[in-house]
Design a binder for this molecule. Structure first.
Ligand code: ADP
Ligand code: MG
Ligand code: ZN
Length: 491
């Protein structure tokens, strides 16, 4: 629904995105960095914040953060350092977070996102490295429990310029970010597991005016909730401004259930955190050669891969974009394409029927990853080949695909065993056409009385007689011939 205020205010949005780094161990101790372990089993005195412990920096975390910087077109600083951000929260036992405030690792990058008019560049202000906090669990009645496994997991925070003007731009950016960072091997970027989550800063202004007061919505963890939160907060602020009020600089929570934003607290300002340089960690140095080595080690990123897919496999831009939107999907397609006789047919099958059937099989809103598709790539290619070579028709192809989801079978062998290959033998199909006419006298007579549309129904009957395996073109021609012959005979 379009509100009257919809076009009077321009939205200005900047995103702060937290991404967990794919390291083996945590940022400042040797505890394993792993999602899903039983609560409080991946902890030690360092990440529990016990007095007298000292952090030791995980070098791999810094390397992954530098890779992220290169992948997002940033300047990666040869010198950076850590600071303490002081605040109390029950999931933060040290009562401070180690982060990079004064000298972040990466600055001044950009990400290009697809928009209606073509491509839009979103500025990256900075990327800094910090540690994650634990998690409060509200899953048992009457109590709040705490899991500190996530304490000290290495994160990067990616801060954008206030460059977004529409909710779709924000989700397009996050999709692109996920594609880039997962391709670069920096993070697995699973929003449902919290390894990629996003804070939305939003203000309104009249076009041409300076930026207004912004609010911040915390910890959105799906593309859809980011878009919904932006729309809801736009409406809330517009209503305040329409009524002549002023927006306050506040921190909000987006309630998934009601679709509304709720004020949590007045937004803290920098001074509240009493930042100071972390005395227990030396500055981080990256010699130029090492930065060069890291930059050179970056694998191919989605934009380049998208161009390659169009050129190498002859795909449309849209198909190439969709296939390179997620690193696991691009890798899957490439493995399958090795065995495919038609790469475009393979892409159509994968993006079309495979995803359609997958969607029906998973709970709504499921985030996909390399474990989502249980069909080995070469097997999907084999099915694609049966289809593209016309050895099975599309409805049989769908049936075989459904079997591939559940059973460990080869498409070719399965089709042979169950007699599913396309029937093209004209004598067999002519027989089926004749039988369909004979067994359905009402339809046939209808046709002879001039009801030509029943031809389709008779085609369906004939197809059924072949167990759905007939070559549809040949069969429909033969049904038509049988009907016209009958009509001529009647005259
Ligand atoms: P903080 O760390 O206190 O949240 P920053 O100044 O680092 O504040 O900004 C955080 C994010 O807010 C950035 O993405 C920035 O682009 C965005 N931002 C800053 N001012 C505004 C504004 N007036 N309207 C919308 N977004 C803004
Ligand atoms: Mg912020
Ligand atoms: Zn630890």
């Amino acid at each position: 629904m379009t509100k009257p205020s919809e076009n009077r205010y321009e939205m200005v949005v900047g995103l702060e995105t937290h991404v967990e780094l794919k390291t083996r161990t945590k940022a400042f101790c040797g505890c394993e960095n792993r999602y899903g372990a039983p609560p409080n089993t991946l902890v030690c005195p360092v990440c529990l914040g016990l007095p007298g412990t000292l952090p030791v920096l995980n070098r791999r975390a810094m390397e992954l953060a530098a890779l992220a910087g290169f992948a997002l077109n940033c300047r990666v600083n040869p010198a950076s350092s850590f600071d303490r951000k002081n605040f109390f929260y029950p999931d933060l036992p040290k009562a401070y977070q180690i982060t990079q405030f004064f000298h972040p690792l990466c600055e001044a990058g950009f990400v290009e996102i697809p928009v209606k008019e073509g491509v839009k560049r979103i500025g990256i202000t900075r990327i800094h490295v910090e540690e994650d906090a634990g998690k409060l669990l509200h899953d048992r009645p009457g109590v709040t429990a705490i899991d500190l496994n996530r304490c000290g997991v290495p994160l990067i925070e990616i801060v954008t310029e206030p460059d977004f003007r529409a909710p779709e731009e924000a989700s397009a950016y996050l999709k692109k970010l996920r594609a880039i960072l997962s391709a670069a091997g920096v993070s697995d970027c699973r929003m449902n597991e919290g390894s990629l989550r996003c804070d939305v800063n939003l203000s309104l202004r009249r076009p041409g005016q300076p930026m207004g007061i912004r609010t911040e919505m915390k910890n959105l963890n799906s593309f859809q909730s980011v878009e919904r939160a932006i729309r809801a907060e736009y409406a809330r602020q517009a209503a305040i401004l329409d009524a002549g009020g002023a927006v306050l600089q506040e921190t909000l929570r987006f309630d998934q259930r009601t679709g509304k934003t709720i004020v949590m607290r007045r937004k803290e300002s920098t001074g509240d955190y009493r930042y100071f340089p972390e005395p227990d960690l030396p500055p981080v140095a990256f010699p130029a050669e090492e930065l060069e080595r890291l930059r050179a080690s970056l694998p191919m990123l989605p934009d380049e891969k998208c161009a390659l897919f169009q050129q190498k496999y002859g795909l449309s831009r849209k198909a190439a974009e969709l296939l390179t939107e997620e690193a696991w999907l691009a890798a899957y397609y490439e493995q399958a394409a090795v065995h495919a006789r038609s790469c475009t047919a393979l892409a159509n099958l994968l993006l079309g029927e495979v995803f359609a059937q997958l969607t029906l099989r998973e709970p709504p809103g499921t985030e996909r990853n390399e474990t989502s598709l249980p069909i080995p790539p070469d097997r999907l290619a084999a099915l694609s080949n049966l289809l593209s070579e016309g050895r099975v028709n599309s409805s049989t192809g769908k049936k075989i695909l459904a079997v591939l989801f559940d059973e460990d079978v080869e498409p070719e062998a399965y089709a042979r065993e169950h007699g599913l290959f396309l029937l093209t033998d004209e004598s067999v199909l002519r027989q089926a056409a004749a039988q369909a006419l004979q067994e359905n006298p009402a339809l046939t007579e209808g046709y002879l009385r001039g009801k030509l549309t029943v031809e389709k129904a008779l085609m369906g009957k004939a197809m059924a007689l072949t167990g759905g395996r007939a070559d549809p073109e040949v069969l429909s021609r033969l049904v038509h011939e049988a009907l016209t012959a009958l009509a001529a005979f009647q005259k």
